[in-house]
Design a protein. Structure first.
Length: 295
């Protein structure tokens, strides 16, 4: 009744700025856009050999976990990955299985890691998406580079950004929930902690004792525990696959869970959302959900 689609619709071309704002941003609806990045040199250039040549020995930040879940609830903690500094070529050796490891490695540091850590690659894509920049009247807050193993999973969460997620190679698998599903999605407060490698090479979970508790979603939407979270049965997830050369518009405040094919490469653009009436509506829905659970 709120007008959410039963599946994520496709556009065959990038829209005009006005059309995109009116048809997608303002009503807060996702879509997959074809032919929006077909002119990027990265689509042909970003082979493993090219990345080795251009980035190669440079030391970059890599998220390392024992199970593929970075920034996720585990053992009643909100556990963040070990942020390991390592030469990019060593990371590629692991992704290409030239070196074996029992751990899971993922280049997923946000904070505009494409421009901050991989400036050599920016000219192969774009510093912003011009029609989105014009539609919103602002440049992106961050441009992020993603490359990792298929075992790396992004747990269910939401962001306060209008997100254009562009797949350069491989595929990304998104499970989405509209903001209106908030009453059916469990949020709890968790002690933040970090994976740290002990002397024998195993991981231990170390609490961030001075940090405030983190609100996060404990539920795995691919295998939900409906005995613990029966309300989730009423939620209506959308699932979609974003293939190489395609762009997903992921609206602000939409919940998303992400997986990928092995070695998938992606770039995403985070544009700050407008804290307008729809944000107020979401805050009201969130507050009502919390109030009802206290009754």
């Amino acid at each position: 009744e709120l007008g959410w689609p039963e599946s994520v619709p496709y556009l065959d071309r990038p829209p005009s700025p006005l059309e995109f704002y009116r048809e997608w941003v303002s009503p807060n609806k996702p879509c997959i856009i074809r032919n929006a990045i077909s002119h990027w040199p990265a689509l042909k250039k970003w082979t493993s050999a090219y990345l080795r040549e251009v980035v190669g020995p440079k030391v970059v930040s890599v998220a390392v976990t024992p199970n593929g879940y970075a920034d996720a609830v585990f053992q009643d903690r909100f556990v963040m990955p070990e942020e390991r500094q390592m030469p990019f070529m060593d990371f590629l050796d692991i992704v290409e299985k030239k070196v074996t490891s029992s751990n899971v490695f993922y280049v997923q540091k946000q904070c505009s890691n494409l421009t901050e850590e991989f400036p050599e690659l920016v000219s192969d894509v774009q510093p912003d998406i011009p029609w989105m920049t014009e539609a919103l009247g602002k440049k992106p807050d961050a441009v992020n580079f993603w490359l990792g193993e298929s075992a790396a999973v992004t747990s269910l969460h939401k962001d306060h950004y209008e997100n254009l997620y562009c797949v350069v190679s491989g595929e990304k698998y998104f499970l989405l929930h509209p903001p209106s599903d908030r009453p059916f999605i469990p949020y709890e407060l968790y002690q933040p902690a970090t994976y740290q490698v002990s002397e024998d090479g195993s991981f231990e979970i170390v609490d961030e004792k001075t940090a405030d508790k983190v609100p996060w979603i404990p539920l795995d939407p691919l295998n939900p525990n409906l005995e613990l979270y029966p309300e989730y049965a009423q939620a209506q997830p959308l699932q979609c696959t974003v293939k190489a050369g395609e762009m997903l518009y992921l609206p602000s405040l939409w919940f998303h869970h992400v997986r990928q094919s092995h070695g998938c490469i992606a770039v995403n653009y985070w544009y700050d959302m407008e804290y307008d009436l729809k944000y107020s509506y979401y805050q009201l829905l969130d507050a009502l959900t919390k109030a009802v659970k206290k009754l």
